[in-house]
Design a binder for this molecule. Sequence first.
Ligand SMILES: [Zn+2]
Length: 256
Amino acid sequence: MAYNAVREAKQSFLFEQFFPERLIINQSAVVDGNLSLNFGDTDGSLENRKKFLKKQGIDYTVLVCAKQVHGCVAAYACEKDKGSGALSYESAIPSTDALITNIKDIPLAILTADCLPVFLYDPLKNAIGLVHAGWRSTKEKIVANTLEMMRKHFSSDPRDIFAGFGFCIRTCCYEVGKEFIGIFDKGLSLREGKMYLDLIEVNKSQLTAFGVQGKNIFDSNICTFCKSSEYFSYRKESHSCSRMMSVMMLSGVEEE
Ligand SMILES: [Zn+2]
């Protein structure tokens, strides 16, 4: 990988606390266009992916994507998975909402518009996880499942794990039905007779319950619905909505 590309990727780094010398981590925005191959207008999606990933120093043809189903399954991505879902939706890893790896130069991607992307990094085992946490997957405790899988595959200790929350719809805007009282015992608030869900609060509590330290949890603090001119919001644009890409890769470049 060209060193300049890595430099540039560092400048768009989401969470400065996340060891930028070892990781490429970013989330796209409206300006990068639709990056989904199965939602929204997909005509320019491959070209958009190529452009966005090139800026990160990533070859778009080796991207690893999942067929996201709002479930709780995490998959371990290895060399043979490189390129899964990169050029066609059909080739993506089936029925998966989180990806983990400890192999360098395997870029993991998830696609969202309002759902919460959670970035996980174990700096001691040098392993990463990327989670698609909408309300259904959050209910199924997908972050805990992903951490459990990182423990199994990489012997990750949750106390070492860094976690970051990407752009998603926040409690300011995420109105839900009263039936959510029976689904979540945390993260709900009532304002002027309307119920709101806080995906961040629920996922944060699942992370800390698993042993992740509060000081290792970071937040982009961006609400996709509040800032829908800059970030795609499914709630605002409905079924025609494009998707943003969260991407994470262990960089093969030697540490400085
Ligand atoms: Zn908002």
